[in-house]
Write a new protein. Structure first.
Length: 118
């Protein structure tokens, strides 16, 4: 079983930065594809960024050039560095882990609120 604990959310001004962290337990971090998703009120969760065990990354068009996902396998942690924040980035961010190929086993964190003021 994998447990994901997020931290680092909070309040930032437009143009500012925040860094989210997600620590994974379970001893299999190295084989997990890690990702961040976000969900606006009343909407489904949307992909923000993912990073594979080999370090390949993928980003939503809305965050390309502003957000960077990275992983530290020694610390079992994935990060999301968010720069040039915009008010429309305000929502709850969720850490995600996928094990294996489709139909993969999937895990979710509890979510962390990010609020960007204009």
């Amino acid at each position: 079983q994998v447990q994901l604990i997020e931290s680092g959310g909070g309040l930032a001004q437009a143009g500012g930065s925040l860094r989210l962290s997600c620590a994974a337990s379970g001893g299999i971090f190295n084989i997990l594809t890690m990702g961040w998703y976000r969900r606006a009120p009343g909407k489904q969760r949307d992909l923000v960024a993912t990073v594979t065990p080999g370090g390949s990354t993928n980003y939503a068009d809305s965050v390309k050039g502003r957000f960077t996902i990275s992983r530290d396998n020694a610390k079992n942690t994935v990060y999301l560095q968010m720069n040039s924040l915009k008010p429309e980035d305000t929502t709850v961010y969720f850490c995600n882990a996928k094990r294996g190929l489709f139909p993969y086993t999937e895990y979710w964190g509890q979510g962390t609120q990010v609020t960007v003021s204009s």
